[in-house]
Design a protein. Structure first.
Lengths: 305, 139
C-alpha cells in the first residue's frame, strides 16, 4: 500500500483554492483531487497486472485508498521522501494464451490468417495458404506449420481422451498420458485410499487454469496445457484414474461388464500413446530443423567475420 | 504473448508480462488484507489469479489454502496446501497452513498433530500458534 500512498502522497495544492469558500470545503476539494490522483496511480500500477484479475485488484486498492486516504496524506509525504525509485520494468506485453507458438519475427506474429500479399507461387488463401506465400520466411512457415499441426493433434488427443472416459469409466488405472497427471497428483497423496474422495472433490473444484497451475507447481509444467484444455473434466478424470492399490475401498459406478484389461481399452490407451508420441516426434523434428537453420546462419556469420 | 509451448516449458505468466516479485508480494498482501476484512470471495479471486500467474509462488498457494478452508472447501484447501508445501517445504508458515488444513480433513489428525508438534519449537507467532493448537487437541 505504501507504493500507492507514496506515489499519490502530495495533494494538489491548487485544488484547495478552487471554490475558496470555507476551509472545510477547501479540504474536501483537496481530498477529492488527491483521491483522483491516487486512483490514477492505482490504474498505472494495476495495468502491470495480468488482465484476468485486474478488476478485483483495482477494486480492492480503491477501497483501501478511499477508506484510508484522509489519514495517510501527511505520512505518505514522509514516506515519499525516502522511497526508492522503482526500477525500470519490462515492456508491457499483451497477454494472450494461444496455441500458436511465438514467432521469431514480427511478420509471423500477425500472420494468423494467411497472408494475402502479392507474388505468390500458389494460392495464399485458406488455412494453409501461408505455405505458398513467398513473403513469409521459412522460419515463420515452420512456426505456423507447427502451430497448426499441434492444434489439430491436441484436438484429436482431447477427443480420444474423452472417448476413453466415456467408454471406460470404470476407473481402472492404466498407462497413458493422464496417468502422468494422476501420478503427479497421487504423489501428493501419501498412498492412503481414504484421501481419494478428498482428492477427487478437490480436483473437481479446481478450474482449468488453476489445475494447470497446480500441475506446474507439482513439477510437471509439460502437462499444464493439457490441464488447461480439459479443465474440470481432467480433474474428474484424473481423480477417477487414481487407484491406490493398497486401498480397500472399491470405486463404484461401473457397468455390469468387467472391462479390466479388455482389448478395446488397451487399444484405446495405445492410440493415446501413439498420438502423444507423434506429437513429440513432430516437435523434435521441427526443433532439429530450426536448430540446424540457426547453426547454418551462425556459421555463415562466423565465416564472414 | 505466452504460448502453450512456453507454458509447457514452465514459463510463467508473471515472467512473460514482466511482473516483478515486488508486485506479486504486494498483491498477496492485498489479498491477505481482503481476507482479514472478511471479503473471502475477493481474496480468493485475487489469489487464484496470482497462483495462475505464478504457480511457483508458495505464498499464493498457502493463502489460497487458507481462504478455501475458511470457505469450507477443505479438499481444495488441501491440494493448495500441498502445492505450497512442495514449493517451500522448509517454510514454517507454509507448514503451519498445511497442518491446519490436515486438521480439517477426516482421519488426518495424527499427521496434523505430528506436524504441529514439530512446529511448536519454532520461535515467533508460528510456534505460538502451533503450541496453541497442540494444546487444544489435547493428549
Amino acid at each position: 500500500m505504501s507504493e500507492v500512498s507514496s506515489a499519490a502522497g502530495t495533494p494538489a495544492p491548487t485544488a484547495a483554492c478552487i471554490d475558496g469558500s470555507t476551509p472545510q470545503a477547501a479540504a474536501r476539494s483537496a481530498a477529492s483531487a488527491a483521491l483522483a490522483l491516487a486512483y490514477a496511480d492505482i490504474d498505472r500500477l494495476v495495468d502491470k497486472v495480468p488482465e484476468m484479475f485486474r478488476g478485483k485488484i483495482r477494486e480492492a486498492l480503491r477501497r483501501r485508498v478511499a477508506t484510508a486516504w484522509t489519514f495517510q496524506v501527511a505520512r505518505s509525504k514522509a514516506a515519499a521522501a525516502g522511497y526508492a525509485k522503482p526500477s525500470a520494468s519490462a515492456a508491457r506485453k499483451t497477454v494472450a494464451v494461444q496455441a500458436r507458438p511465438k514467432s521469431a519475427t514480427t511478420t509471423a506474429a500477425s500472420a494468423g490468417a494467411p497472408a494475402a500479399t502479392a507474388a505468390t507461387t500458389g494460392s495464399t488463401r485458406g488455412e494453409w495458404g501461408f505455405l505458398n506465400d513467398a513473403h513469409t520466411s521459412i522460419e515463420d512457415k515452420l512456426f505456423l506449420f507447427m502451430s497448426k499441426v499441434q492444434k489439430k493433434n491436441d484436438d484429436v488427443l482431447a477427443a480420444k481422451m474423452r472417448e476413453y472416459r466415456d467408454q471406460f469409466v470404470d476407473k481402472k488405472s492404466g498407462g497413458g498420458l493422464l496417468a502422468s497427471v494422476a501420478s503427479a497428483v497421487k504423489s501428493v497423496v501419501p498412498g492412503s485410499g481414504v484421501l481419494l474422495d478428498a482428492l477427487e472433490q478437490g480436483l473437481k473444484s479446481l478450474g482449468g487454469p488453476l489445475l494447470g497451475a497446480l500441475v506446474s507447481a507439482l513439477g510437471l509444467p509439460q502437462l499444464a496445457p493439457l490441464a488447461l484444455k480439459l479443465g474440470a473434466d481432467a480433474g474428474a478424470f484424473v481423480a477417477s484414474q487414481i487407484d491406490s492399490k493398497s486401498s480397500s475401498t472399491s470405486t463404484t459406478s461401473a457397468s455390469a461388464d468387467e472391462k479390466t484389461g479388455s482389448p478395446d481399452e488397451k487399444l484405446a490407451m495405445l492410440e493415446l500413446q501413439r498420438l502423444v508420441e507423434k506429437q513429440n516426434q513432430m516437435f523434435n523434428c521441427i526443433s532439429n530443423i530450426l536448430r540446424n537453420l540457426h547453426e547454418t546462419g551462425m556459421n555463415t556469420i562466423g565465416n564472414i567475420r | 504473448m505466452l504460448t502453450m509451448e512456453e507454458i509447457a516449458r514452465g514459463v510463467t505468466l508473471a515472467e512473460a508480462t514482466g511482473m516483478t516479485e515486488e508486485l506479486g508480494r504486494f498483491i498477496a498482501r492485498l489479498a491477505a488484507g481482503e481476507m482479514a476484512a472478511g471479503r473471502l470471495d475477493t481474496a480468493r479471486e485475487i489469489l487464484e489469479g496470482l497462483a495462475v500467474t505464478n504457480p511457483r509462488d508458495a505464498a499464493a498457494w498457502a493463502l489460497l489454502a487458507q481462504v478455501e478452508r475458511r470457505q469450507g472447501r477443505v479438499e481444495a484447501a488441501w491440494l493448495c496446501a500441498e502445492a505450497a508445501a512442495r514449493l517451500a517445504p522448509e517454510d514454517e508458515q507454509v507448514r503451519l497452513v498445511r497442518a491446519e488444513v490436515l486438521l480439517a480433513l477426516p482421519d488426518e489428525g495424527e499427521r496434523a498433530r505430528s506436524e504441529l508438534s514439530a512446529l511448536a519449537a519454532t520461535p515467533g507467532p508460528v510456534g505460538a500458534r502451533a503450541r496453541a493448537l497442540v494444546q487444544a487437541l489435547g493428549p
